[in-house]
Ligand binder design. Sequence first.
Ligand code: PEP
Ligand code: MG
Length: 322
Amino acid sequence: QKEEWAKLKDESTITADGEQAELGANIGTPEDVAGVLNNGGEAIGLYRTEFLYMGKNELPTEEEQYDAYKSVLEQMGDKPVVVRTLDIGGDKELSYLDLPKELNPFLGFRAIRFCLENENVFRTQLRALLRASVHGNLKIMFPMIATLEEFRQAKAILSDEKEDLKQEGIKVSDQIEVGIMVEIPSTAVTAKQFAKEVDFFSIGTNDLIQYTMAADRMNERVSYLYQPYHPAILNLVSSVIEAAHAENKWVGMCGEMAGDSIAIPILLGLGLDEFSMSATSILPARTQIRGLSKEKMASYKDKFLSMGTAEEVVQFVKEKTE
Ligand code: PEP
Ligand code: MG
């Protein structure tokens, strides 16, 4: 089977009925890029930048960050690279920032909430990203966006830094797309409004599922409620895709669900444009997608969305893809 997969390394991802999808990878460091290319990755759908900040005693400098972003962009050439700005808090702590302990860290002071209050930390990262942007196909993504104001504020700071760099005579790409993670239900529900202002969405199902089902993603006691195929999740995902497409924007998914063999036929049917997963899942996913008809999966859309339970969804998908 490995040999079959390897043959598809340099092929594009096309369904049996000739529709294109994009398969990207999630990475944490520039060293991960080689594995992505070896596995036929067409993009980096999520670069989790928190690793630059973790496992050390102080914040990374602008230069350190610039080097890392430039390395990833150069290795990927003209392939898209979605870099997510700092997402600490929740399960990811930074000892040197001395943030107070919270009762509900997953509902607390994390990601964009932290960055908008610690503007100096945020601005340093944005400058490093903007400077690196001339070395490849950079897209910038903000995590944990819950309101339009947060997005507007983050984007204004980005524009501000861009102007400053230009004033200083430093080159910045003018093709940088700016998007958001859709991982909070409020944002999924108001995706129509967001779609007018963002360049793209990437659905973060790891968090979207825990917030929608009110089931902590780290708590095994309630893991039975952590259900990717639950109709509530599928309805949210579908409405986010519809909202984006109505504004001619693209939608990816970078949660674990994007690389799941039961989820892939459903997501294809709902119209997802980009699937971002661990590098080793790319070739199996490409093999699977090449055997699926997008039109056929799309014809089951209403069925997926109106089912009562995750179990029914799984049974149905298995039946239809056998
Ligand atoms: C997600 O929430 O789905 C996601 C991709 O982000 P993380 O797993 O880093 O929270
Ligand atoms: Mg997340």
